[in-house]
Design a protein around this ligand. Sequence first.
Ligand SMILES: [Zn+2]
Length: 282
Amino acid sequence: MDELTGWTAEDTEDVVCCLCRVPGTLVHDVAPFGVVRCPQCQLVFTSPRLRPEALQRIYDDAGYFEGGVYGSAVSTGAEAPSAEARLSPAMLLQRTWTAGRLALVDRERGGAAAGGRLLEVGAGYGLFLAAAREAGWTTSGVELSRTGAKHAQDTLGLDVFCGQLEEAPLIPGFDVVCAWDTVEHVPDPLSFWRTVRTQVADDGVVLFSTPYVSSLPARLLGTRWWTLKPTEHIWHFTPRTHALLLARAGLALTRVVRNPLAPANAGRLDSLVGVARPIPGP
Ligand SMILES: [Zn+2]
């Protein structure tokens, strides 16, 4: 599906920088959308972008995760993926990330045994959350896509709330909050990280992954960068702008993994894994 077809200016809205509250200046014209950069903090974002109702239609599409990193293994809602699906490159990559990210969680927790409460925001079909549960975590999830949330709940038996993080009935004090490839999709990343800050324990840790617009593919390919996706990826960060954003939300960016050979970030030339911790209060 060509994601740019079918949308008109009526499906879009103008937005301002979530940090500085000013309009951006045009970087890429991908009509009816625009990719813009904040003249004050350099944060890159999509404006005009799809209105929330139009965006929800994309996420509710049963095919949303299909053909992406999830391969076809979960698209049918089958109990057990076929051997072919389990061994597909996309699924193998997915499993490498999951194992690498769980290992990173352990490392960030000082090698303490798994156990405690882990929240995943943007849980998709629940594959990471199921692996975390197997590793000994008490898991909770939030997922905007009804298709994804339903699979996580019904097929994997996970506790996943379908909706935005702000609306989720969660008990704060999570030891770990994960948000894999999620923050680039949310309406307001500052509000998102502030809500995460209210959910993570003061001695907890936040782990996330996100594409970054200062990566080599992004800089070399311009509008042909495969991750630009102006309908879904409505915010584009660099390590610097992300650190700025997190700090405004009370979180300190303490580690950035950009190496595509690191299991947590395997094969990803244009994405990074970040670790953040609550900034101690006064
Ligand atoms: Zn700004």
